[in-house]
Design a protein around this ligand. Structure first.
Ligand SMILES: NC(=O)c1ccc[n+]([C@@H]2O[C@H](COP(=O)([O-])OP(=O)(O)OC[C@H]3O[C@@H](n4cnc5c(N)ncnc54)[C@H](OP(=O)(O)O)[C@@H]3O)[C@@H](O)[C@H]2O)c1
Length: 296
């Protein structure tokens, strides 16, 4: 594949099948999640806004949001946060409810999302999770939005290999740009086959909930993890995030304070020795058998 960088966030690649150049967005590996932002007192929301801006000013240009998050209030907060910045340098992802995938509903959802985000296009628009969606129709609708310049690319979320195989069967299904799934040290099912499948089909992987979500409710923090973090002079959260980033996938931790975000930025520079990685593999082994995809 011929790859040529044409700007900070874009690469042009030669598509052998279509015999032509296509533009892909080159996501940076660390983004900002936003679930549960847009909640709390006015002061807390000001702090969340300042945190998002701190990230934007310190090289994090990828923001993940959804129409579901606080029923649009999070998109409104993100819209406020991004206003002072050069839109062309940002990568904005939003997600639509599965029951909005039909043509008219999808257009309406996107229009409302763009209004709340105060922008005229999304970089990526994802199906939030799968219900009984007619994938052929949904892909046609997304491709239409792409043609109209309202979205740059589209993708899916909470898809496993079998879902992606189905998607790749439908016309233009191979234009799927990303799949966003749960992935952290305590939830490694995607390593059995999904990561390799996505690599093979050039579908980028975005890992959500690297800390096991709010209060690490979906990840059991073992005492040995605390010990290892202590030896490395980092926090447990930094260790968890650094481990996901080490897997060479995109990752979108959510932080609502500048302190947490600063720690997360610092985690992007943490590395592990082979011995440490082996120790982590022993503590949190990768599953050997295929199991249903974990999701929140
Ligand atoms: N596609 C999907 O279906 C899906 C599902 C779930 C999540 N997501 C996306 O992925 C993002 C991340 O997942 P998530 O929000 O579930 O959980 P997460 O990022 O795993 O965890 C967020 C929690 O970690 C805390 N935290 C962040 N940085 C920290 C630090 N340095 N030290 C200590 N605590 C820290 C946050 O606290 P504070 O808020 O106090 O900073 C918050 O309580 C979401 O926000 C959303 O954008 C997508």
């Amino acid at each position: 594949m011929f790859v040529k960088k044409v700007g900070e966030n874009l690469i042009r690649f030669y598509n052998k099948v279509n015999q032509g150049f296509e533009v892909k967005i080159m996501l940076k590996k660390l983004g900002m999640g936003t679930w549960h932002l847009g909640e709390g007192s006015e002061r807390q929301q000001q702090q969340q806004l300042a945190t998002l801006r701190y990230g934007l000013e310190h090289g994090v240009s990828l923001i993940d949001t959804a129409e579901m998050y606080n029923e649009g209030a999070v998109e409104t907060l993100v819209g406020k946060a991004i206003q002072p910045y050069d839109r062309s340098r940002l990568t904005l992802i939003s997600k639509f409810y599965p029951w909005h995938a039909a043509k008219k509903d999808l257009r309406q959802s996107l229009t409302a999302t763009l209004k709340r985000l105060q922008t005229d296009y999304l970089d990526l628009y994802l199906l939030h999770w799968r219900q009984k969606n007619n994938l052929t129709e949904m892909v046609a609708n997304l491709e239409e939005l792409k043609k109209q310049g309202l979205i740059r690319q589209w993708g899916v979320s909470n898809f496993d290999v079998s879902d992606l195989k189905e998607l790749l069967q439908v016309p233009a299904g191979n234009k799927c740009f990303v799949n966003e799934d749960l992935y952290n040290l305590g939830s490694r099912g995607v390593e059995t086959d999904l990561l390799a499948f996505q690599k093979q089909h050039q579908i980028d992987f975005i890992a959500y909930s690297p800390f096991g979500s709010e209060n690490s409710q979906y990840l059991k923090i073992k005492p040995q993890l605390r010990q290892l973090a202590g030896q490395k002079k980092i926090t447990i959260h930094q260790l968890l995030l650094a481990w996901v980033l080490q897997q060479d996938v995109y990752c979108i931790p959510k932080a609502s304070s500048i302190k947490h975000l600063q720690e997360n930025l610092a985690a992007a520079t943490v590395t592990f020795s082979d011995a440490e990685l082996q120790q982590l593999d022993k503590l949190y082994p990768r599953p050997t058998n295929k199991a249903p995809l974990d999701m929140i």
